[in-house]
Write a protein that binds this ligand. Sequence first.
Ligand code: F6R
Length: 607
Amino acid sequence: MCGIIARVGGDDDGAVDELLTGLENLEYRGYDSAGLAIKNGGGPEVFKREGKISRLKDVLADETPDGGLGIGHTRWSTHGPPTDANAHPHTDCTGDVAVVHNGIVENYDELKTDLADRGHEFESDTDTEVIPHLVKEQLADGVDPETAFRRTIEKLSGSYAVAMITDREHAVYATRRGSPLVLGVDDGDYFLASDVPAFLDFTDDVVYLDDGDVVVVEPDDYRITTPDGEAVDRSVQTVEWDPEDAGKGGYDHYMLKEIHEQPAALRQTLRGRADPATGDIRLEDFPAGSFAGVDRVQFVACGTSYHAGLVGAQFLSDGGVPARAFLASEYATAQPPVDERTLVVGVTQSGETADTLSALRRANASGAATLAVTNVVGSTAARECDDALFIRAGPEIGVAATKTFSSQVVSLALLGERIVRDVTGTRSENARERLDALSNLPGHVQQILDYTSARRVAERYRDSEAYFFIGRGAVRPVAREGALKFKEISYEHAEGFAAGELKHGPLALVTPDTPVFAVFTGRNDEKTLGNVKEAEARGAPVVAVASRDQEAATQYADEVLTVPDTHPDVAGVLANVQLQLLSYHAADLLDRAIDKPRNLAKSVTVE
Ligand code: F6R
């Protein structure tokens, strides 16, 4: 997730040091480049580098600019790879306007084309760069910077937080819509940032800005107004945060923070890509017909990503396209038949997993088309595959994959629908209902986060011998994922099965000391209920993960982890959030190293 910092002081020279501190405090959000712009008497001076903040510091050590006012940014790539040119701040052709931005400008393509037609030249692949060019056009028409900023913002669609400086007044102009932005108030100095920890070294007095607020910050004053220019009053609050914990945004662990980021991550994944009203799918680089030549699809992935691949394969099979998910480590050594009409999709959060890269390379060498579904722009998978689809979940720091699983499943649902339409010539059955359910996911996940009883359930069963997870059809992968997460961070024995398989072996392990977590979707529930009764007959406690509408399921259970009612194909994402929380709390009660479980790494770069 990108990070913004701005510092507004008088004529002192403190801006560079304080901006660098702010950038370092934002490192926890993850980034692949960093930069800053200082207003030093005249126009903005820009310094930016791909890579670590230390690289930016090296540049600044040679030529530290004076100045008390500036903006800075840590970038997590979404449009264009991590390069010096794509790093923020971005400027217009003259360098008079410098801008940092979080979020996505959805209509940047059309704005960029229009600007290019009017003679503007661009230096980056980013959506952000249109903003300073638009502002400069307004300034050239003779309006003041604040008006130019407002008029530019009106032209943008999407979600964003933006901060700008110009060669004119000694001020920072900023606004937010859908991306966070907070104002820090110090004795005569002000800060703007995506997150409080950025400026916590300097002040703990904070003004939380609302969507639509436009703020103009000068050394001795700030003004907050609506988009129409009406003054608004926002109170100054004092935060009581320990700077040590602040990097986790106030959460005890990155994993919990990332679980809670899922509504925002899913919004970002979905943004501009699906229209439930018309049933249209718009996947940037994959217009209708992109997959017309595909006969079959193979997913290759490891761990949690493999579970997302299983869901992806199910979407395609249900829509009439032959599809199968493979563990990448198996695929690489015993590759099933492929030809040039086979599409091999590598599902990999990091884009660096050695087994997955190896499987993709083998597929490629055999003539298959390859596609990376990844979170990391510029990753090896994204670079080596023929194409890439980015899941836009934002950086994930906890070793256990959480928000990226949800964003993978949603991305694969959209990709699956595109492929089904291209291959079969028709929309998959229930496409509209499914898209509707996908677009409701962010709100539904929020409801779970607000009312979950996962901690109480984890506490009740904390001394159990083993934990079993069962699910059927669309949620069989979720049962496996629930068990993987549970064992990974709690170090307790956990297994996930197809519900119907319980009686073919695992039932021998079921006792009153082995709770069974049963995931229901509203489809074939009576069969899963039959399996639940088999476990119950052996004295096992049963926890249903189900909606309130699934009465039969909830009636038999000792505990219920409730999820909002939704389409059966999408219910697994919601059930999985409850299971993530269950694992988290079970591990927390056992005092495990949740963010860095023993023997595991975030990115597994050996086969
Ligand atoms: C489990 C987990 C791992 C990863 C696996 C693949 O919580 O994170 O199982 O899913 O190592 O990693 P990526 O998706 O980066 O290829």
